[in-house]
Design a protein around this ligand. Structure first.
Ligand code: NAD
Ligand code: TYD
Length: 339
């Protein structure tokens, strides 16, 4: 029996990971520590709450006292850090909270792990590598690609990665880092491209596509990401970075058109809007290392995953409607006007 601390487990990927681990390792205890920011949602964890192996603790990773006292109450075998401010557009508007949560919060967790000699896994992003040009489809991010960030969000994530590696080198803390491409699937907050487009299309609202919609993202079904992290915890080598991606590159316009096609909606809903400042052109992961070392491969291709995702949003309308009728609406309207 192992006990795992999942920080940020009330958000999109963290909650999927909570469910994945409870199912995959029924004997393990899963403790979720989450500040419940605008992106955290206890409704998402309703089913986990019914499982006696699961415990939810509300708390902020930047709160040293709260984190250290949790480590006094429980002995963790692993800490997996999903807790972060995660939206690039918000980081452009207001970077400070990104630095506080993503860098200083990670440091607090690293210190707590150091004190207790706990294995630490940092969930990072391919955005730390910057972007690739559209006219070089032969190029991919490997673990050796230099860090070259574009947004305050990616700069904060890269800083946390560097700090994580510093704790490995300086203190010998057992750490691993994963850098994944764009995730999609259930419980994805409807400010990100795919869930926003599904929600807007279902309500016959305009679908705001930045610039010309030519930017490319490499889509990873969230469950495949969870599987990869579980494999890294079990067999990953301390001090190593693992890239996670499944060669599912699509332009944003292709993604939006696919959503509209599945929903049977008109492409007239697409509205090209002002581009994001510093907008990265293309992300594309080379997953050779994790495939060769750990035997990971993605099980869900984009066509299957997007179909399942759209169906999930159709079947769980109250989940996203509750969100868009709350505080998030104010932010959205400030950015794009009334929906
Ligand atoms: P999310 O925004 O959906 O969830 C973040 C969660 O962290 C929320 O539950 C929020 O309440 C919690 N949180 C925020 N600040 C906190 C704090 N100070 N203390 C405790 N909890 C806090 O994010 P996500 O999309 O699930 O991303 C999870 C992780 O994966 C992040 O670290 C992100 O950088 C990384 N990542 C995400 C993607 C993606 O496509 N979504 C891709 C690559 C990497
Ligand atoms: P997003 O989901 O914010 O993820 P990231 O910026 O981390 O890749 O955006 C994915 C892509 O979709 C990105 O190129 C920006 C674009 N985008 C739009 O065109 N319109 C939107 O309303 C949003 C949120 C994103």
């Amino acid at each position: 029996m192992k006990t795992i601390l999942v920080t940020g487990g009330a958000g999109f990927i963290g909650s999927n990971f909570v469910y994945y681990m409870l199912e995959k390792h029924p004997g393990w205890r899963v403790v979720c520590f989450d500040a419940l920011t605008y992106a955290g949602n206890l409704e998402t964890l309703e089913d986990a709450m019914k499982n006696e192996k699961f415990r939810f603790v509300k708390g902020d990773i930047t709160d040293r006292k709260a984190v250290f006292s949790l480590f006094e109450e429980e002995r963790f075998d692993f800490v997996v850090n999903f807790a972060a401010e995660s939206h690039v557009d918000r980081s452009i508007e207001a970077p400070e909270i990104f630095l506080r949560t993503n860098i200083l919060g990670t440091q607090v967790l690293l210190d707590a792990c150091r004190k207790n000699n706990t294995r630490f896994h940092q969930v990072s992003t391919d955005e730390v590598y910057g972007d690739l040009p559209l006219d070089r489809p032969d190029l991919f991010f490997t673990e050796e690609t230099p860090i070259h960030t574009s947004s305050p969000y990616s700069a904060s994530k890269a800083s946390a990665d560097l700090l994580t590696m510093a704790y490995y080198r300086t203190y010998g803390l057992p750490v691993t880092i994963s850098r994944c491409s764009n995730n999609y699937g259930p419980y994805h907050f409807p400010e990100k491209l795919i869930p926003l487009m599904i929600a807007n299309a279902l309500e016959n609202k305009p679908l705001p596509v930045y610039g010309e919609g030519k930017n490319v993202r490499d889509w990873l079904y969230v469950r495949d990401h969870c599987k990869a992290i579980d494999m890294i915890l079990e067999n990953g080598r301390p001090g190593e970075v693992y890239n996670i991606g499944g060669h599912n590159e699509r332009t944003n316009l292709e993604v939006v058109r696919t959503v509209l096609r599945i929903l049977g909606k008109s492409e007239e809903l697409i509205k090209f809007v002002k581009d994001r400042p510093g907008h990265d052109m293309r992300y594309a992961i080379d997953p050779t290392k994790i495939r060769n070392e750990l035997g990971w491969y993605p099980e869900t291709d984009f066509d299957t995953g997007i179909q399942k995702t759209v169906e999930w949003y159709l079947n769980n309308r109250s989940w996203w409607k509750n969100i868009i009728s709350g505080d998030y609406v104010k932010y959205y309207e400030r950015m794009y006007g009334k929906r």
